[in-house]
Design a protein. Structure first.
Length: 195
């Protein structure tokens, strides 16, 4: 009888542990492949429903980004309209958006700079390798491995995209995934740029 209780108790503990482990593996797999974030995935052009234009421009701290050519502050970009996409390689929607941002930069030409600002921890090797694998060449590649900028701007999650005017002020923001090379995005962005 004691052996049966001991066996049953161990069996229940082992079963519970395996169930928790399997559940965790399932959630991690969902997150890394299709992504939990992808429940709001853009299958149609819903840019305007997520795009928030500020009634008054928001002053931003003069943060520093790590570019391949060296560090630059926000002030170094004064006079240029910026579209800064905060992303990470572990974010499935972020990964899907990169080719669209490349197309958007090519559409906008010299009217704006699209900056892909990776928040991957550590060094920039992993995000750079990912962008290289997609053939991304037009975007400015920035990195914030310590996620200092994310804290400075009050970031709630990725992907998030900031629209910064020539004075270095945030004039709009879009949180979540969107179709960046679609008609709605182009119309909204050209309206912000005024060109």
């Amino acid at each position: 009888m004691v052996m049966l209780k001991l066996f049953t108790s161990r069996f229940i503990k082992i079963f519970a542990t395996l169930a928790i482990f399997a559940g965790t593996i399932g959630l991690v797999s969902l997150y890394l492949t299709e992504g939990i974030e992808s429940k709001s995935s853009s299958t149609h052009d819903d840019f305007n429903t997520k795009f928030v234009q500020h009634t008054t421009p928001i002053e931003l701290p003069d943060f520093t980004v790590d570019l391949p050519a060296g560090a630059k502050t926000l002030a170094d970009f004064r006079g240029r309209f910026l579209i800064i996409n905060l992303w990470a390689t572990w974010c499935a929607p972020c990964r899907r958006e990169m080719p669209q941002f490349e197309n958007l930069q090519n559409i906008l030409g010299d009217r704006a700079d699209v900056i892909a600002l990776s928040l991957d921890r550590g060094k920039r090797d992993k995000p750079d390798a990912f962008l290289d694998s997609l053939g991304i060449t037009s975007l400015l590649r920035a990195h914030d491995g310590g996620q200092k900028i994310a804290r400075q701007i009050g970031l709630f999650g990725v992907p998030t995209t900031l629209f910064i005017n020539e004075k270095g002020q945030e004039v709009a923001r879009l949180q979540g995934e969107a179709i960046w090379d679609g008609a709605q995005a182009q119309a909204a962005i050209l309206g912000l740029i005024g060109k």
